[in-house]
Design a protein around this ligand. Structure first.
Ligand code: SF4
Length: 469
């Protein structure tokens, strides 16, 4: 049995007893660190012209490349106070109507810009709330994407949904369009917490949404839950998890609320006095973890959980797990196409990001140009650091020397980063043997601390990130 399989099986079979964090763990948990959904992180992307030409990256896809696409719908019908996404409230449907027309044009431009490829295996609609679109517009966009990006018959089509505003007609459209996976933003079932974050959605509403989605053939369901919200406690977090598990989601993600009102102005609606300190956040995350493991879910990376038969759990057990902007995935595609404002694309050569503001994005498309605003060509050093960070975030282990050699660098290329782990080793967060790093199971929640030793851009960006836990 591989060490990775061994790592996952005991977690499912024998949940740990809930334990408060130690003083040492809390010291590390209080650091501001990226989530490492990419390396380098989006803060490193640069505007303007340069030597590398992203249009060549689109044209340079290869006939054997299976591609993925992320479609960003930047509208919601009301604002949740904790929101950290690129979205606005559309009071009139006219704005969304205009948006979907521009999006159709962008999809046409993308279809023309891409070189030959083997078709799209993953489409992911996020936002915002994709169900801010009308069912007719959603289906129209899905069909256009299917045509222009040549959706493969076995493709995964995943859609993030706001269950509070999910109409029966939209669920019917998801079924008609062949959507395979829906992610429901549940966050909490506690009515007091829901009121404090301006997101009222009773359990019955989510239960009805889950039932209708399954009845319409959307077989796989993900739930997003949160800790660290105002008035949350270990008890009400555990209760929300237990209620969520009654609806048998295939995957659950448990995200910590990032309180950054200096970047997201509406978060001032959340009072500091209602928020737990780092020790309290740790206990809430621990309560969610215990309830999920007791419910038979497998821990996946930092903050995801899956039923043992779910493809993500299998990918984790087989060492095929990948980190991406949505969290964790089993999608091996080398190319991610950005669609919609603020979307990020990933090519072998580097990252690109579309204009964030919907106006700037629309203007570029009206001029028949892809709305690319920022980019980051990847150096060999970026690639090997990204590979190490991804393995640590996915497997909690990385053979740093072997990864360096795979990327054409000497085995000792990242020895200076390994030396930065001295304190983490002393504090029991990880072990190092030769050039192999292994994160301790008790430090799973602190894996970003270990990964950050390989992040050579961290000193510039550190203050822009939320707490590690
Ligand atoms: S539904 Fe999601 S994207 Fe929209 S405001 Fe709420 S948290 Fe933000």
């Amino acid at each position: 049995m591989s060490p990775i399989i061994e790592r996952y099986l005991p977690a499912a079979a024998a949940p740990r007893a809930a334990r408060p964090a130690t003083a040492v763990q809390l010291r590390h948990a209080d650091r501001n660190l990226p989530r490492y959904t990419s390396y380098p992180t989006a803060l490193a992307f640069q505007p303007g012209e340069g030597e590398a030409a992203p249009l060549d990256w689109f044209a340079g896809t290869r006939p054997e490349d299976v591609i993925s696409a992320y479609v960003h719908v930047p509208f919601c019908r009301r604002l949740c106070w904790y929101c950290g996404c690129h979205t606005t409230v559309a009071h009139e449907y006219d704005r969304i109507d205009t948006f979907q027309r521009v999006l159709e044009r962008e999809i046409d431009l993308l279809g023309r810009a891409l070189g030959s490829h083997a078709g799209a295996a993953h489409l992911h609609f996020g936002g915002g709330s994709p169900n801010a679109l009308s069912p007719e517009h959603f289906l129209k966009l899905l069909r256009r994407l299917g045509d222009r990006l040549r959706l493969r018959p076995d493709a995964e089509v995943a859609v993030e949904l706001d269950p509070a505003l999910l109409s029966d007609a939209f669920v019917d459209a998801l079924g008609e369009g062949g959507v395979t996976r829906a992610s429901l933003g549940v966050q909490t079932f506690d009515p007091i917490v829901q009121e404090k974050v301006n997101r009222i959605q009773p359990f019955e509403r989510v239960a009805a949404a889950a039932e209708r989605l399954r009845a319409r053939g959307v077989a796989a369901l993900n739930f997003d839950l949160m800790y660290g919200l105002p008035a949350q406690s270990p008890e009400n977090v555990a209760k929300s998890v237990e209620l969520a598990l009654r609806l048998r989601p295939d995957r659950v993600a448990v995200f910590g609320y990032a309180h950054v009102p200096w970047m997201k102005k509406h978060q001032v609606m959340i009072k500091d006095a209602d928020l737990a300190d780092v020790a309290g956040r740790w206990e809430q995350a621990e309560a969610a973890d215990q309830a999920l493991v007791a419910g038979g879910y497998i821990r996946i990376g930092l903050d995801h959980y899956a039923r043992p038969d779910d493809p993500l759990a299998r990918a984790a057990a087989e060492g095929r797990l990948r980190r991406n902007f949505q969290g964790y995935t089993d999608d091996p595609a080398p190319v991610l196409i950005p669609v919609g404002p603020s979307s990020i694309g990933h090519f072998r050569e580097g990252f690109v990001q579309n204009a964030i503001a919907t106006d700037a994005w629309s203007r570029a498309i009206a001029a028949d140009e892809l709305p690319l605003a920022r980019k980051l060509p990847l150096s060999r050093g970026d690639r090997l650091r990204a590979a190490v960070i991804e393995r640590l975030m996915c497997d909690m282990a990385a053979d740093v020397g072997a990864i360096c050699e795979t990327h054409g660098a000497p085995a000792d290329a990242l020895d200076a980063s390994l030396e930065k782990l001295d304190e983490a080793v002393r504090d029991g967060l990880c072990r190092i043997s030769g050039r192999q790093v292994e994160i301790a199971e008790d430090a799973r929640r602190l894996m970003r601390v270990v990964a950050s030793a390989f992040d050579e851009r961290l000193p510039i960006a550190q203050t822009r990130h939320a707490k590690a836990v």
